[in-house]
Design a protein. Structure first.
Length: 116
């Protein structure tokens, strides 16, 4: 009994999911042509537009304690310091994806989650 439950738990943990395009009506366009058309349309409407963004990240640093500081008898104390981190992001990514999904829906296709 315990082995069966353990095996079932292991199978659940290793199983995953993926998305798959499925027809949502009988007269749906051919997938390859709909996919190419929708990708082209979404790329033209919302081309890749990379911009530099910034975020604050807190890093832990160690400082030597002076005699005037209360460090509970320790020689060092931890201090969190903010550091600005820059990264590149495509600001049109969400809009491009939304237009692609809408276009595929119009062509008769729907993105469904499939559990493995």
């Amino acid at each position: 009994m315990k082995k069966t439950l353990g095996l079932l738990l292991c199978i659940l943990l290793v199983s995953g999911c993926s998305s798959q395009w499925v027809k949502n009506r009988a007269d749906a366009d051919d997938f390859a042509s709909a996919n190419a058309r929708c990708e082209n349309q979404s790329q033209q409407a919302f081309p890749v537009k990379n911009e530099v963004a910034q975020r604050t990240k807190y890093n832990t640093h160690y400082e030597k304690c002076t005699k005037t500081q209360d460090c509970d008898g320790k020689k060092y104390r931890t201090v969190e310091r903010p550091e600005i981190e820059s990264y590149v992001m495509d600001v049109n990514d969400g809009s491009r994806e939304a237009l692609y999904i809408q276009c595929m829906g119009t062509a008769g296709w729907q993105n469904k989650m499939k559990w493995l």
